[in-house]
Design a protein around this ligand. Structure first.
Ligand code: ADP
Ligand code: MG
Ligand code: MG
Length: 906
């Protein structure tokens, strides 16, 4: 990175007067800073402020606090002076104090992952000045107590001692509420708020041994450094890890004049979305609170109100609130402040048209004046992602290419997950109702703490509300249920981003963390009890509910069509049976890239014949057992060929080491001995004989077919007979026979001959023929290197990147877990190479293999059939090597199709 000199600009202004950044500068100013500048440029009212660049954060991590303050001092003082001028207040002044917010903002949005401090600049004197100037004692003290609370948490590190404990400040607040017999923050008197300030300060002194800082400049630098520190806090580190963002991006710091939503009933704060982030429907929506500040809406301290009238009525129906009560206690912004609403509506429309994407905005109303505090491309579910992209395309806001590039291919996975069975739902006992915060179906056992989300196999994380600390647990749980918070609460926003089912704001739930239980009316549910969540309706259901395959939307089909238009890489599937083949075909698979034949042998009726074959000591005995397997295999292939409707099907000959098929437990060994009328010791001997020290490098792949050609003969016969039988019925099939684990031309040649000879025999028996090809899997590094010899005979190559990765790295896939986790944590590896193709190393072999193969046979068909075939970055790589197709598991076919189109566009 470039080093920062004193002369380099490190502070950028935004606001109504002077702005020197814009949206293109997100790497330097962070997303929030760049967009604050952009909005300022658009003439949208943004409170004035400045952004300290992300480069300074990186610098801070190198040189520390003092040096960074020295570096920034002059520019920051100048920038503060310019805010003072615009706001006609003065920072650190006791009569007319300027108050600031200090906000984090990395180049990508990480909602709630880093820290914010509001109302900075207050102390025991300036609070009195604020009282005088605003003539609003309550507001001034409310701001002060919020500041002490936030600064205490963010900068001074005050937090709950154990997870069952409350946050120390929340505890003080709750105690006071109990004493005063009130429920809401808004019911505190001025005296209460003053008491809170002093109690908070006492708690801080007791816990940290230090006095609360009264000097506003000390407060400011403390907060700026805390934002830098939060970049390396647990939450942010974890968020980066699951999203694959590098640590050296750093965060910017935004320092901004405060605007106050807590000045009374003519003030408020809220969050809104230009479209529905759960479904993608083009409806402006959001939530707000009157007389509130900052995170109140998101944190769920009070029940938030809906912004639009329609949203409010819908919400009231779910919450079972009648129209009279709704209008009295929960009117929409549209109804309560129609002028402000109209203005907000205009801004959201303008911003979406400007960014050509769904926006997630924050706003504050101070005494009847609207301020916009943030806009960003909103997080959304997979379903919303598809709908929004296709709708924007239809509206002419984006081009086909842009619409395709808006799709995060991996997120399509969410759309393909099972949903609740509609019939089962009719009978399901609904115990309570919350808000449908993030769609999906989740069934699991209740846990109450995020760090216990893996306590059972399937868990539902139940919380009063979630906080950024809970991220990891939310990711592990199958679903999330909160008692508080609305559609824009932390739980809701994060769950939608993760594509995780979430029901929020289920007010009927009472959660007792100490007892690890929740009650609904007089029903008690304990940790470990099963519940189900319907994220599309907000229903909370007792016990488990059956699921079914999801129905795909029209927009999904449109996206797939669009992908076909641009993608030139074909997408096939890995499928071993007709059912999977059909699923993949429905998702648009253009063939099977890998049909493994061994899985078929594990079924009960077949494993016996298989074992008989393995245990046979003579070729004759083996042939007899294979004879039994033949009709079963033939039937399998008939089913698969038929399901694929004439598309090519690559069948791989038997691959795994034989010992995987023999029984290893005494009871099953005895059974087998009886079945085969041989002695137990004969079985045991054979099992011992098959034992290998390194089975992955042992007697497997084409080595089986070479040592036992009768296996290859039987499999070839099954394939050819299946194709001929279908042909007789007028059904077309295109078999491609794939020889596994070839490392030399001679190996290939040997098996090639067995296959061709067998096919000849079958064809003459039937008096008919079918077209077929013979190719190989390239999965031994030597095969990639010798590809020009192998290609002389082979019709196609298919890179088996699972084994190729295993053998290139020398990592056993079955044992790598032990060190891979450490490798990933330590950054020795960027990705798990079994998930994301190692383009640098393994990729070279793919490239070499393809080039050498095609140097002999220019039209050699080349594909990939490892797990990587459905991983977007690997698909992009495959595209770049000039492959003909990728093949992946059925549910990844749509992902690969989009990734293939994106690769072609990039
Ligand atoms: P996050 O990145 O977690 O959204 P933000 O920096 O946006 O954090 O701030 C947290 C909350 O504080 C938001 O609700 C925001 O609207 C509010 N806030 C931030 N700056 C100001 C300000 N200058 N005046 C009033 N409220 C603010
Ligand atoms: Mg924000
Ligand atoms: Mg393999």
């Amino acid at each position: 990175m470039e080093t920062i000199s004193k002369t380099k600009k490190q502070v950028y202004h935004f606001g109504t007067q002077e702005t020197d950044g814009d949206r293109s500068m997100r790497n330097l100013l962070g997303g929030k800073g760049a967009n604050l500048a952009e909005m300022s440029n658009l003439g949208i009212p943004v409170p004035p402020g400045f952004t300290i660049t992300t480069e300074v954060c990186t610098k801070y991590n190198e040189v520390g606090r003092e040096e960074v303050i020295a570096l920034l001092k002059e520019e920051v003082e100048k920038a503060v002076a310019s805010i003072e001028k615009e706001m006609e207040t003065s920072f650190g002044d006791n009569e007319n104090p300027l108050l600031l917010s200090v906000r984090s903002g990395a180049r990508v949005s990480m909602p709630g992952m880093m820290d914010t401090v509001l109302n900075l600049g207050l102390n025991d004197e300036s609070v009195l000045g604020l009282v005088k100037r605003t003539n609003n004692e309550r507001f001034a003290w409310d701001s002060y107590r919020r500041f002490v609370q936030m600064y205490g948490g963010v900068v001074l590190g005050m937090k709950a001692e154990t997870k069952e404990d409350e946050n120390p400040f929340e505890e003080i607040i709750d105690n006071l509420k109990g004493k005063r017999r009130i429920k809401l923050d808004t019911q505190f008197t001025v005296q209460d708020l003053q008491d809170l300030v002093y109690d908070f300060k006492d708690a801080i002194k007791k816990s940290t041994g230090r006095d609360f800082p009264t000097d506003p400049w000390e407060q400011l630098w403390g907060s700026v450094m805390a934002v830098f520190d939060s970049w390396n806090g647990d939450r942010a580190v974890y968020y980066r890890k699951i999203n694959g963002y590098p640590a050296d991006w750093g965060t910017a710091v935004n320092v901004q004049a405060m605007v106050f939503g807590n000045m009374g009933d003519n003030s408020g704060t809220g969050v809104c979305f230009t479209r529905d982030a759960a479904t993608g429907v083009n409806e402006f929506n959001g939530e707000y609170l009157i007389n509130a500040q900052g995170e109140d809406v998101v944190a769920g301290v009070r029940t938030p109100q809906q912004i639009t009238k329609m949203g409010s009525q819908r919400w009231a129906e779910l919450a079972q609130i009648d129209e009279v009560e709704r209008m009295k206690d929960f009117p929409s912004l549209e109804e309560l402040m129609p002028k402000i609403y109209t203005e907000l509506y205009e801004y959201q429309e303008r911003l979406e048209k400007h960014y050509h994407d769904m926006q997630d905005m924050e706003f504050t109303i101070q005494n009847g004046k609207l301020w916009i505090l943030q806009t960003r491309n909103g997080k959304r579910t997979g379903a919303a992602m598809v709908k929004i992209a296709m709708d924007l395309l239809k509206e002419g806001q984006v081009s086909e290419k842009e619409a395709l590039l808006m799709i995060e291919a991996n997120k399509l996975d969410e759309l393909l997950h099972p949903i609740f069975d509609t019939n089962a739902l009719k009978r399901a006992p609904v115990v309570a109702q919350g808000l449908p915060a993030s769609p999906g179906a989740a069934t699991g056992q209740i846990v109450f703490f995020a760090d216990e989300a893996d306590k059972f196999k399937n868990t539902i994380l139940v919380r009063t509300e979630t906080s950024p600390e809970d991220l990891e647990g939310m990711n592990l749980a199958k679903g999330i249920l909160t008692a508080r918070g609305g559609m824009t609460s932390h739980a809701a926003v994060v769950a939608r981003g993760m594509g995780k089912c979430c029901v929020s704001g289920a007010g009927a739930l009472k959660i007792n963390y100490k007892k690890r239980s929740m009650t609904v009316g007089d029903q008690v549910y304990n940790e470990g009890d099963w519940i189900s969540l319907n994220g599309s309706t907000g229903n909370i259901i007792e016990g488990k509910v059956a699921t079914m395959e999801p129905e795909l939307s029209g927009e999904f089909g449109e996206l797939m069509e669009l992908s076909n238009k641009f993608g030139n890489l074909k997408v096939r599937t890995n499928a071993d049976n007709p059912k999977d083949a059909k699923i993949a075909r429905n998702f648009g698979a253009q063939g099977i890239g890998l049909a493994r034949t061994e899985h078929m042998f594990f079924e009960v009726d077949r494993i016996k014949a298989m074992r008989e074959m393995i245990l046979a000591d003579t070729t004759k005995g083996r042939k007899a057992a294979l004879e039994e397997l033949l009709p079963m295999q033939r039937k399998d292939f008939e089913g698969i060929f038929e399901a694929m409707e004439g598309c090519p099907v690559t069948v791989r000959l038997l691959d795994p080491p034989l010992h995987e098929f023999v029984p290893h437990q005494l009871a099953t060994q005895k059974e087998l001995a009886e079945d085969l009328h041989i002695s137990l010791s004969a079985v045991k001997n054979k099992v011992a004989e098959l034992h290998e020290f390194n089975p992955m490098l042992g007697h497997r792949g084409c080595r089986l077919g070479i040592t036992y050609p009768e296996i290859t003969e039987m499999q070839t016969r099954a394939i050819m007979e299946a194709a001929l039988n279908l042909k007789a019925k007028g059904i077309e099939s295109k078999p491609e026979i794939m020889i596994p684990l070839v490392g030399s031309f001679e190996e290939f040649e040997c098996q090639d001959k067995v296959i061709r000879d067998t096919a000849e025999v079958v064809f003459s028996e039937y008096g008919d023929t079918v077209d077929f090809t013979i190719g190989t899997m390239i999965e031994v590094p030597r095969a990639a290197l010798m590809a020009d010899t192998i290609a002389e005979k082979a019709d196609f190559f298919s890179f088996g990147t699972n084994d190729l990765t295993q053998m290139t790295f020398g990592y056993s896939r079955d044992d790598a877990g032990k060190f891979l986790t450490v490798y990933l944590e330590e950054g020795i590896l960027k990705n798990d190479p079994f998930e994301v193709l190692d383009q640098d190393g393994v990729g070279q072999l793919v490239d070499i293999g393809t080039k050498r193969g095609r140097s002999i046979k220019p039209d050699l068909k080349v594909g990939i059939c490892g797990e990587h075939g459905g991983e977007p970055s690997s698909v992009e790589f495959c595209h770049s090597t000039g492959m003909d197709y990728v093949s992946c598991s059925p549910f990844r076919v749509p992902i690969a199709r989009v990734a293939a189109a994106q690769a072609a566009l990039k």
